[in-house]
Design a protein around this ligand. Structure first.
Ligand code: MG
Length: 160
């Protein structure tokens, strides 16, 4: 049995809006996120962590922004594809931990839904998925509400 760990980071600019998709969940919000896909900053960081753990590059390589197939696409669909790539290589997820840095919207009320969604797509128990939210204490781009960022760590186990 081989264990592999990976780290991921992403940041997206905020934009006036009515909702933001974060952690695979559509959250009512006065700020949206700018991006080529649905701009789900948490899933982008998580996918980079998963691909990094497997030594398989990053989401930019697998889903290039220049490819119109990925315009506006749900990041959950991309995460499902990442999971297929991992399963083809005999990896399964042990656990993941995601930290989202946002001044607003408040994420705590949506955390359970994010965990549920991620556990389903990653095919793990809910206690193998952690989603945390923090503010940036009013400083930096996240603190000023100009952006939302996310950090993720993923642990994979390879069988065979
Ligand atoms: Mg991104």
């Amino acid at each position: 049995m081989t264990l592999r760990v990976g780290v991921g980071y992403d940041i997206h600019r905020t934009t006036p809006g009515t909702f933001a998709v974060i952690g695979g969940v559509e959250i009512p919000s006065q700020v949206g996120l700018e991006g080529h896909s649905d701009a789900d900053v948490a899933l982008h960081a998580l996918m980079d962590a998963l691909l990094g753990a497997a030594g398989l590059g990053d989401i930019g390589e697998h889903f290039p922004p220049s490819d119109d197939r990925f315009r506006g696409v749900s990041s959950v669909v991309l995460l499902e594809r990442v999971m297929e790539i991992l399963r083809e290589r005999s990896y399964r997820v042990v656990n993941v931990d995601v930290a989202v840095v946002a001044e607003r919207p408040k994420l705590a009320p949506h955390r359970a839904a994010m965990v549920e969604r991620l556990a389903q797509v990653l095919q793990v128990e809910r206690d193998c998925v952690s989603v945390k939210a923090t503010t940036n204490e009013g400083v930096g781009p996240e603190g000023r509400g100009e952006a939302i960022s996310a950090h993720a760590v993923a642990l994979l186990e390879r069988s065979g």
